[in-house]
Write a protein that binds this ligand. Structure first.
Ligand code: MCF
Ligand code: FE
Length: 411
């Protein structure tokens, strides 16, 4: 049994409770939340007790629900500001890295996440080269095997490659690593591949994720087979029309547990349909600024009672996989939203909401939840609870403690 004590506990519970001078008592699960750390210490004299020091904070560990570890290289060579330019630059730079560079870029990416307090992640795996390193990361991983391809003629080959990667993922799966499926997007997948992946996910009760309405180009292409995707698809794939409209694409996911990633250019009907299906929306503010040139409409989502998730996306559309940087970017991007409300919502978006989306029983300091915790110190005292989430986001870059499943994985 362990006792971790701090000056502030951000519980992320339904009452948004913040506990001063409290403690969390845990083994692999949270056993008790104490409102008095001295009392906790005397109540359990045999437990390993640690107080994290002046101005310390304990909260659930962070969850980066959408990232691409295999895209951790080519940091400075991709083109930003226009989605098609970015996509073209990704396709062109694909072959430029050696296996060693890929391996070390993935190791760095995972280290950066661990240092910042990420205890769980949703990783889109495009090539299966990240499976092994993710399996020994010490983190909880939902590994979304990606399916992608527009031409019907290569369907069988693509399905076989997907199955190979999926089987490999299954070999590494355990309590910490869960295989899942990703349909890249409505524009980059043929109907055959979509239906195959959806059928496969349903049959095997797997979580699903897909990029959705990330750019103006995608909006125009899915709505009218027009816009910037038209020339792109003609030049690269000889395709004249979008395979599917947005509403039909969304309907395909009925009955599945899906994360729709980005949704910056989605309309209210689409928001509604995602919400009514009990699915989740993930936004990635930095990536959305760099590629889609528009942020997700958090205010409308909130008014529609949509509990969104914030994530970093991969390093091919971000300068960092540190979720604190992402949260700060959101604070500075959403200039109309209250600094008493937005920061708490953002913390919830990377803890409880992300845990719910990935089906992990964590994200809250509550008895019975998994002991996935972080501890860190603020540079000073916070006098009013309602400003604590903002101060935490402004001042945190790394954590002193990262505990996953009750085990400290960073000293
Ligand atoms: O989320 C961002 C932007 N939107 C789409 N794809 C990706 C992102 N980051 C990496 N990707 C990958 C994607 O998984 O880039 C490739 C795919 O393998 C693009 S090729 C359509
Ligand atoms: Fe992505």
């Amino acid at each position: 049994m362990n006792i971790l004590a701090a000056d502030y506990l951000i519980t992320m519970d339904d009452e948004r409770k913040i506990i001063r001078n409290g403690a969390v008592i845990f083994d692999s699960e949270i056993l008790e939340i104490s409102f008095d750390r001295e009392l906790a210490k005397s109540k359990y004299p045999d437990a390993a007790y640690e107080y994290l020091g002046k101005n310390s904070v304990i909260m659930p560990s962070l969850i980066n629900a959408h990232t691409h570890i295999e895209f951790s290289k080519n940091k400075t060579t991709l083109h930003y500001g226009n989605f098609i330019d970015w996509l073209t630059s990704v396709i062109e730079k694909k072959e430029l890295t050696s296996e060693e560079e890929l391996e070390s870029s993935m190791a760095d990416a995972l280290l950066q996440m661990r240092k910042s307090g990420v205890g769980a992640l949703g990783a889109v795996s495009s090539f299966g080269k990240d499976i092994e390193i993710l399996s020994r990361s010490g983190l909880r991983v939902t590994l979304f095997n990606e399916i992608l391809g527009t031409g019907e003629e290569r369907s069988e080959e693509i399905k076989a490659d997907f199955m190979r990667r999926f089987e490999l993922t299954k070999r590494y799966s355990n309590e910490m690593l869960t295989p899942a499926v990703s349909i890249h997007s409505a524009y980059a997948c043929s109907r055959t591949l979509m239906d195959f992946a959806i059928g496969f996910a349903k049959e095997n009760s797997l979580k699903m994720c897909t990029h959705f309405m990330e750019s103006k180009a995608e909006r125009f292409w899915l709505d009218r087979s027009r816009g910037e995707f038209k020339a792109f698809f003609k030049a690269f794939f000889g395709i004249e029309r979008s395979a599917i409209k947005a509403d039909e694409f969304l309907a395909k996911f009925d009955g599945l547990d899906t994360m729709f990633v980005h949704c910056t250019h989605a309309n209210e009907t689409e928001f509604e349909s995602i919400r009514n299906a009990g699915s989740y929306i993930v936004h990635c503010p930095v990536s959305n600024r760099l590629l889609g040139m528009k942020l997700f409409d958090v205010e409308t989502a909130k008014n529609m009672r949509i509990e969104y998730i914030t994530a970093t996306d991969g390093l091919s559309s971000n300068f960092s996989l540190n979720l604190w940087n992402e949260l700060r970017s959101a604070i500075f991007g959403y200039t109309d939203l209250s600094l008493k409300v937005l920061p708490y919502d953002l913390l919830k978006s990377v803890t409880l909401n992300a845990a719910n989306a990935l089906g992990i029983d964590s994200g809250k300091l509550e008895v019975g939840k998994k002991a996935d915790l972080i501890g860190f110190c603020l540079p000073g005292f916070v006098d009013e609870d309602e400003y604590l989430p903002l101060q935490v986001i402004l001042h945190t870059n790394s954590v002193d403690k990262l505990i996953v499943n009750g085990v400290s994985i960073n000293g």
